[in-house]
Write a new protein. Structure first.
Length: 256
């Protein structure tokens, strides 16, 4: 409903399952997120949301975070990096270039000066209710030591649980994803015709299926398959499947 405010702890991972839930579609089990609205809203609320930062275009980073709804804890494994790292795309924006120049001249003050610092603290802790912009780092405040220790432990346990690969250099990480640098291929789409309805499936978990009909075939426009199709006699369909990181499947053509 418009105007509804969700005060639960949510993650970006939850958006996909939530959209499916709102559309009346049960999120598949391989999705890591939880629906926070709709017919298939998760029965158990998320208590913690974890985050990571590793690469932004040509820039490398290595930070991890955990949020419990009231506090945000960040662990910077490369504290020598500035908070606002150099990025060619972002520096096309006049405002960004101006702020960087002001920083070099020592003209920034307060929160702006903090955000444009040339290095980071190893640990950051912010009270999101009092400091939603995260500019007052409480990690060194003795009054928040117990909270810091607790969230540090929560983050470390999550990293072990998900086998965080942040410490693996990018070359070996690619080798791990693609042994021998051979890119996996999305399986071909299987077409099933039953009771005048055509169903499309792909055995590659998490793959999306696209299709073209009749005069659309050969064009750049593809339709996203989400439910069985009712085709007319002699109607032609071309289908392919794609999973992110995988090579696109071979095309399959079918005449109804």
């Amino acid at each position: 409903m418009a105007g509804t405010v969700v005060e639960d702890v949510v993650s970006l991972l939850d958006l996909g399952p939530t959209v499916l839930s709102l559309a009346g579609i049960e999120p598949p089990g391989y999705m890591q997120g939880k629906a926070f609205l709709g017919q298939y809203k998760a029965k158990e609320k998320r208590e913690l949301a974890y985050g990571s930062a590793d690469r932004f275009d040509e820039v490398y980073d290595f930070s991890r975070s955990v949020i419990d709804g009231k506090f945000s804890y960040i662990r910077n494994f490369d504290p020598g990096l500035p908070y606002i790292y150099r990025n060619k795309y972002r520096e096309q924006i006049d405002m960004t270039r101006t702020l960087l120049e002001m920083h070099k001249r020592g003209e920034l003050e307060g929160s702006a000066a903090y955000i444009f610092s040339d290095s980071r603290a190893v640990e950051e802790l912010y009270d999101l209710q009092k400091d939603p912009d995260e500019v007052n780092n409480l990690a060194g405040d003795p009054a928040y030591k117990s909270k810091l220790v607790k969230m540090r432990k929560q983050l470390a346990e999550w990293q072990l649980k998900v086998h965080d690969k942040g410490l693996i250099d990018e070359y070996n990480l690619v080798q791990l994803f693609w042994p021998g640098l051979i890119q996996p291929v999305t399986e071909k789409v299987k077409i099933t015709n039953e009771k005048e309805m055509v169903s499309l499936t792909c055995e590659t978990e998490g793959a999306s299926i696209g299709y073209q009909l009749d005069d659309q075939i050969g064009s750049e426009r593809w339709l996203l398959y989400h439910e069985p199709l009712k085709l007319k006699k002699d109607q032609k369909i071309l289908v392919r499947a794609k999973r992110i990181g995988y090579r696109i499947s071979d095309a399959v053509e079918f005449i109804f």
